[in-house]
Design a protein around this ligand. Structure first.
Ligand code: NAD
Length: 467
């Protein structure tokens, strides 16, 4: 596997340097990726800036048609994309294929939207019209857990709205983004999309660049705060999709056997490396033991292994740094709680952690307070609904959450009291392309997906005309 190149001004070019990309299932180098230096970052931004006047003046239906072409090109190579995603990210191949399919659907979805001027008011004295104009150069910065689809929910609406893009993936998962760059080189006018790769060193230069109008960022809350600081110099537009510590609340009327598999999937999807995974589970006292037992059984039955091996249900942790963090959470779980299932790393090469269920752990434990971003789920007991809602809300995060009950009206009432951007009832992790997704509190600013996710890449201009 060789030959990956950056995309700058329509040309696929070698990096000024290189970095090793590790396969997390083996811990060994998969291939080298090109690494941009500061001069290449500046060239990429300059190319995007130069492409902006023509691209933004291109009629929207033409831009939409090119998005569809991009979607088709990804679809034609979906098998290769999925395999590459599994190799660099670790997720099981069927889940990688799902991510690629969702990425194709995302590009197609945004290609169906448009941005017509809206008449806000018309009377005898005035006509007020709102127009949506593109912003300019968008920096699209993505993390390593869903490197492809999180890129598409930025590139799709940014391009449709008439912006140009500089994309920067996480250094541990750059390959699928570079491969997407190859398709952009074939399909889009030069400079409309540029792809650079760094080693976690170019973020400040990109997010502080005077010629970048907007930063669309997905990553941790800590990095999101730095992005905001950096972007302040030129008051850039920001969309920040950040960390979460989603609580799921299970009411007493739930059948543990029926709900446990769905709750387990909501916590362990992508080896727990999802911003909106269930990260704290609160279960009513009356069914606490039964739910813990069911989750423990599911954890013991899960097939953990290399995502390329058929039958693998859970892959490794994506990178060594995160692996070390998750080991720290396992240690915390052993010290402060009782391990129902799992609790250890696998004795093999790669960054594998057993899916782990932890019970009888106090609210102040690190595993409960912080975002574990791994397959280690704390299960907490409650008896009073007001008390559990306040425990669920006692966090700086506010991304998602869920309520589980056979009484949907009661569940709705509880859901409405959770301070998060999204709250599900009897499910978790269900994100629709046409449904805006946004974090509350320190989980983010602004929305992605849906019409809001498109308008976030525009500046509204009000034209107020006398009659
Ligand atoms: P991270 O914040 O370490 O990195 C994210 C991206 O930011 C990477 O591309 C990285 O290279 C870049 N970066 C690093 N330093 C930067 C800087 N100073 N300025 C600009 N960019 C910089 O996050 P991660 O570890 O890759 O991803 C995991 C985190 O992402 C978790 O907290 C998770 O919850 C969050 N996440 C959120 C969502 C969401 O939609 N809210 C989705 C997926 C992941």
């Amino acid at each position: 596997m060789t030959g990956f190149r950056l995309l700058i001004k329509g040309r696929l070019v070698p990096g000024a340097g290189a970095l090793d990309v590790i396969n997390p299932a083996t811990g060994r180098t998969l291939t080298a990726a090109p690494r941009a230096d500061r001069a290449q970052l500046d060239q990429a931004v300059a190319a995007a800036k130069a492409a902006f006047p023509t691209w933004s003046a291109t009629p929207l239906p033409r831009r939409a048609a090119l998005l569809v072409k991009l979607a088709e090109a990804v679809e034609v190579e979906q098998g290769d994309f999925a395999r590459l995603l599994t190799q660099e990210q670790g997720k099981p191949l069927p889940q990688a294929a799902d991510e690629i399919a969702l990425s194709v659907a995302t590009l197609r979805y945004f290609a169906t939207l448009d941005l017509p001027p809206e008449v806000l008011k018309e009377d005898a004295t005035r006509k007020v019209v709102r127009q949506h104009k593109p912003l300019g150069v968008v920096a699209a910065i993505t993390p390593w857990n869903f490197p492809v689809v999180l890129l598409m929910i930025k590139v799709g609406p940014a391009l449709l709205a008439g912006n140009t893009v500089v994309a920067k993936p996480a250094p541990t998962t750059p390959l699928t983004t570079l491969k997407f760059g190859e398709l952009c080189a074939r399909i889009l006018p030069a400079g409309v999309v540029n792809v650079i790769v760094d080693q976690n060193d170019l973020g400040p230069a990109l997010t502080g660049h005077p010629d970048v109008a907007k930063v669309a960022f997905t990553g941790s809350t800590a990095t999101g705060k730095k992005v905001m600081e950096n972007a302040a110099g030129t008051l850039k537009r920001l969309t920040l999709e950040l960390g979460g510590n989603d609580a799921a609340i299970v009411l007493a009327d739930v059948d543990p056997k029926e709900a446990a598999p769905k709750i387990y999937a909501g916590a362990m999807f992508n080896a727990g490396q999802a911003c909106i995974a269930i990260k704290r589970l609160y279960v009513h006292d009356s069914i606490y033991d039964a739910v813990c037992d069911e989750l423990g059984r599911l954890a013991r039955e899960t097939v953990v292994g290399d995502g390329l091996e058929p039958g693998t249900q859970m892959g490794p942790i994506q990178n060594q740094a995160q692996f070390e963090k998750v080991k720290g959470f396992l240690e915390d779980a052993r010290r402060n709680g009782t391990i129902v299932a799992g609790g250890r790393v696998l004795e093999r090469q790669g960054y594998f952690v057993q899916p782990t269920i932890v019970r009888d752990i106090p609210d102040h434990a690190r595993l409960v307070r912080e975002e574990q971003f791994g397959p280690v789920l704390p299960v907490l007991r409650y008896s009073d609904i007001d008390e559990v809602i306040s425990r669920a809300n006692d966090t700086d995060f506010g991304l998602g959450g869920s309520v589980w009950s056979t009484d949907r009206d009661r569940a709705f009432g509880v859901a409405a009291r959770i301070n998060s951007g999204t709250v599900w009832v009897n499910k978790h992790l269900d994100v629709g392309l046409d449904t805006p997704f946004a974090g509350a509190k320190q989980s983010g600013i602004g929305a992605e997906m849906g019409r809001e996710g498109l308008e976030a890449f525009t500046q509204a201009t009000i034209i107020n005309m006398a009659k």
